[in-house]
Design a protein around this ligand. Structure first.
Ligand SMILES: [Zn+2]
Ligand SMILES: [Zn+2]
Length: 347
């Protein structure tokens, strides 16, 4: 009996190889599923927006009368998709990248130091140090420092570095970093691994992620309003159009509730300078053990937390140190009436 599957399989394999040649990302199973999710998400957005424009004749008329209304809606739609892709392609802040940057800065510092020494020996051994250029300085200080020392300085004295060495990457983790098994790398201020975005959410992209949820929530609300306006309009139309719109509206409402709760949750995390991982696994994280539940160890006050989250975290080299016992004691003091006047929770 002739096996008909073999030639077919050969054709399929050749087609796949050609696809992998043109689109290398398809060869990686993790990126392939992530790519499919991205395509599905864009398709879902197009269906929701396309249906309302196809079914609602009044909306087209309204677009001609008030073009700014539809232009703003379409602008939000495009901005949300752009924000999605920007967040998905941004680095969450990998520990290895920061470690590499520290090593490079150290190497640069040592080179400059050697050059200066050579120049001084040629000039008779006398050096007037007027090097105000700080480009050779370490990223995190003024002297060349090993990565282990950089990490150790962020923890209270007496901490064993072995406790904070990742068993998978074999690198020393700064406070708040965690190994992500999906990315197979340690992430700074690890929040969670987002399946929809296909990347981790960490120090490098948490702000972008918050803006993405915000835009997605606004888009859902506006789309819901357009759907409800269509369904409540007093015009005759086919029953199946109503059925399609009602089904889509139900799914949209569920998504909106989920997005709104997610936005509130992440806003709370931002105001208290916490991550999802720290909140959920608080009792299992070694550096948070023994700290009372109501104390936010990394919080600098709501206003400063917001400022750092939005503005000051553009650099992934901004490593946070563990608070000292004295700082924790200050933070665990109960609130008094005087604290309300001095805005203790804000500043
Ligand atoms: Zn790791
Ligand atoms: Zn990850």
């Amino acid at each position: 009996m002739v096996d008909l599957c073999c030639p077919l399989r050969g054709v399929c394999d050749r087609a796949c190889e050609r696809c992998y040649h043109w689109f290398p990302c398809l060869a990686d199973p993790a990126r392939r599923s992530s790519l499919l999710l991205k395509v599905a998400l864009v398709a879902l957005h197009l269906v929701y927006v396309g249906v309302v424009f196809l079914f609602d004749g009044d909306l087209i008329e309204k677009a001609q009368e008030e073009p700014w209304y539809i232009a703003l809606y379409l602008l939000l739609f495009v901005a949300t998709l752009i924000q999605y892709f920007v967040t998905a392609c941004s680095s969450p802040g990998y520990v290895l990248d920061v470690m590499r940057a520290v090593h490079e800065a150290n190497a640069m510092f040592m080179n400059r130091f050697k050059q200066r020494q050579t120049a001084s020996s040629k000039n008779g051994g006398f050096v007037v140090s007027s090097d105000s250029n700080q480009s050779g300085r370490n990223l995190l200080g003024s002297n060349p420092t090993s990565w282990s020392k950089v990490v150790m300085d962020l923890f209270p004295p007496g901490t064993s570095i072995r406790t904070y060495t990742c068993a998978y990457c074999n690198v020393e983790q700064p406070p708040r970093a965690k190994h992500c098994h999906d990315c197979d790398r340690c992430v700074l201020q690890f929040d969670h691994h987002c399946v929809w975005l296909g990347t981790c959410i960490g120090q490098g992209n948490h702000c972008r992620f918050w803006w993405y949820i915000c835009e997605e929530t606004a888009l859902c609300i506006w789309t819901g309003i357009l759907y409800i306006t269509y369904l409540t309009a007093d015009i005759s139309r086919a029953w199946w159009k109503d059925a399609v719109m009602i089904v889509l509206l139900i799914f949209l409402s569920i998504s909106l509730i989920f997005l709104f709760l997610l936005l509130l949750f992440h806003s709370y995390l931002v105001l208290t300078n916490q991550t999802t991982y720290e909140l959920v696994r608080r009792r299992r994280i070694p550096y948070l053990r023994g700290i009372p539940e109501r104390v936010y160890p990394f919080s600098k006050g709501a206003c400063r937390n917001m400022y750092h989250f939005c503005c000051a975290r553009s650099s992934i080299y901004d490593l946070e140190r563990m608070p000292t016992a004295q700082e924790l004691e200050e933070k665990s003091k109960p609130f008094t009436c005087l604290d309300a006047f001095t805005c203790r929770c804000c500043c």
